[in-house]
Design a protein around this ligand. Structure first.
Ligand SMILES: [Zn+2]
Length: 303
């Protein structure tokens, strides 16, 4: 059985989250514990020796002033609404490092489904953090991938909240126009069936971009806060939330078949907030990951 290549190191986790509403900096660790508990190790192949990005890499998407503020606990260091700690700052080069390593592996081994267990990376703007996101790992990793491979990516951001990072960064770093072309940051709109239908329409657009050789890899960020019972979200019921993973995975197989080769795919986590039972967030993420694995990874024979 093919396993999901999972780019995880405890170094990307911040445990010092006292008083924080968001558990996102802890989520990768909690998810890994759950995988162990449920004996799902057969589905995940963990790669922990990837490199962190450099501090200067953050300048690809952020002003030097803001990056320095976060590192030195000065000025708007707290604009992410997360409690500052040295541990949080030290984890940041690893969270973006995880996403970058997953993208690189997926591009070099397109038949292998890759997973970066990372959350908040889609609200930060060039000069500040926002919504539990410190830096825009999605913009930084996309630009680095574009520089390294000349490859452009598309995001399926199914978090409950519109990810503004990409649109906010086009002026700051014009290379982003190539790294993530305009209209390739998909945030479906509507509720339940309308949400799924909107997603399907946007998948069609990205398919055209892939067939036209304008997009070369995709990232599926299935935030659990698009579930209706989430403390911060609420577009879809459980059935539709899970349906979105199936629709995505089947679309990947369809596009890969048309293309005659597998399209590189990276999965990630993004949001998810439940004060009553955080387990529900982890269970949703796991179901989405395993659905993608079941449908995409079992498709080898079709290609
Ligand atoms: Zn969110």
């Amino acid at each position: 059985m093919n396993k999901i290549k999972t780019f995880y190191t405890p170094k990307q986790v911040c445990t010092n989250m006292t008083g924080s509403f968001s558990k996102s900096p802890l989520k990768p660790m909690l998810l890994m514990q759950k995988i162990k508990e449920k004996e799902y190790n057969t589905f995940f192949d963990i790669i922990d020796d990837f490199e962190p990005i450099k501090k200067s890499d953050f300048y690809l998407a952020h002003t030097k002033n803001y990056v320095d503020n976060v590192y030195n606990k000065e000025g708007n260091y707290n604009s992410n609404s997360l409690p500052w700690s040295k541990e949080l700052v030290e984890s940041l080069p690893y969270t973006t490092g995880s996403l970058l390593a997953a993208k690189r592996h997926a591009i070099q081994n397109p038949g292998e489904l890759c997973f970066a267990p990372i959350s908040g990376m889609h609200h930060a703007s060039p000069d500040s953090g926002s919504g539990f996101c410190t830096f825009s790992g999605q913009v930084i990793s996309a630009i680095k991938i574009y520089k390294e491979f000349g490859f452009s990516g598309a995001y399926f951001d199914l978090d409950g909240h519109y990810g503004n990072s990409i649109d906010d960064s086009y002026t700051f770093n014009p290379l982003l126009e190539k790294a993530i072309p305009r209209k390739c940051n998909v945030n479906p709109k509507g509720l339940n069936e309308n949400y799924i239908n909107d997603f399907i329409q946007q998948l069609d657009y990205i398919e055209e971009m892939i067939i036209g050789n304008k997009v070369h890899y995709v990232v599926f960020a299935h935030g659990a806060d698009s579930h209706k019972d989430d403390d911060l979200g609420g577009q879809v019921n459980t059935e539709c939330w899970l349906k979105a993973s199936e629709v995505f995975a089947e679309w990947v197989n369809k596009v890969s078949k048309k293309l005659g080769k597998p399209i590189p795919v990276v999965l990630c986590l993004f949001g998810g907030y439940r004060a009553d039972d955080y387990n529900i967030v982890l269970e949703l993420h796991l179901k989405s990951l395993l659905t993608c694995n079941r449908i995409i990874n079992c498709n080898d024979g079709l290609l």
